[in-house]
Design a protein around this ligand. Structure first.
Ligand SMILES: Cc1cc2nc3c(=O)[nH]c(=O)nc-3n(C[C@H](O)[C@H](O)[C@H](O)COP(=O)(O)O)c2cc1C
Length: 199
């Protein structure tokens, strides 16, 4: 098995005609070409969990629901995350918030980076997501990629692709550099803490 860190690229939307697949695949291709981590797509469609209905926060008791357990296990096995962040009513999607409410210990002390898309590049949703992740004791990166409405419409209506927007491609590298720095540092910290606990 590879000893590289594992990074999940998490899609935040589930609707049939979503745009999300395009930025997710674009970032996956760029990231995989770097060879510095094992990158994979994590699609919320594959984790159709109920609206939160557990007796208490997963911080206090694990949630005994088949889909939720699979979701928590996936988040647990990853060392870092890239959220493909849509903006719904100036915030993150309900699907992503619900999914995040179903984990607590699994993403703790792990970093997260962001590819936002929407009117202002999904910036309002990304800012709110950063705050939510801090409560989950995660480390959100400063660097992010913001895909604004002009390139989105260019792709949705005028047959353009990410390759037509050089400035977007140029912003992926710095984001991944920062994410991987935090991924390595926090993984070493978690491993140290686990060793100290076992001693
Ligand atoms: C319920 C809903 C609310 C939206 N609110 C916003 C918004 O606040 N800001 C924005 O930039 N775009 C907003 N949009 C437009 C989305 O940016 C656009 O539909 C985008 O494609 C959504 O991501 P998805 O295709 O992956 O679902 C909204 C779309 C939906 C469906």
């Amino acid at each position: 098995m590879s000893s590289k860190p594992r990074i999940g690229i998490i899609l935040s939307t589930t609707r049939e005609t979503r745009f999300a697949d395009r930025p997710a695949q674009w970032v996956l291709d760029i990231a995989r070409a770097r060879g510095d981590a094992d990158y994979e797509i994590v699609d919320l469609r594959d984790y159709p969990m109920p609206l939160f209905e557990a007796a208490m926060s997963p911080g206090y008791a694990p949630i005994e629901h088949e889909v939720t357990k699979r979701w928590a296990a996936k988040i647990n096995e990853l060392d870092g995350y890239i959220f493909i962040t849509a903006e719904y009513n100036h915030s993150i999607t309900g699907a992503l918030k619900n999914a995040l409410d179903h984990v607590y210990h699994e993403p703790k002390r792990k970093p997260a980076a962001f590819v936002g898309y929407g009117g202002v590049g999904g910036a309002r949703a990304v800012e709110q997501l950063r705050l939510i992740l801090i409560e989950l004791q995660m480390a959100p990166t400063r660097s992010a990629v913001h895909v604004g409405m002009e390139p989105m419409l260019g792709m949705l209506r005028n047959g353009k692709d990410f390759g037509d927007y050089d400035y977007l491609g140029a912003s992926v590298g710095p984001m991944l550099d920062e994410l991987l720095w935090w991924t390595r540092v926090l993984k070493a910290g978690r491993d140290d803490a686990a060793l100290a606990q076992a001693a």
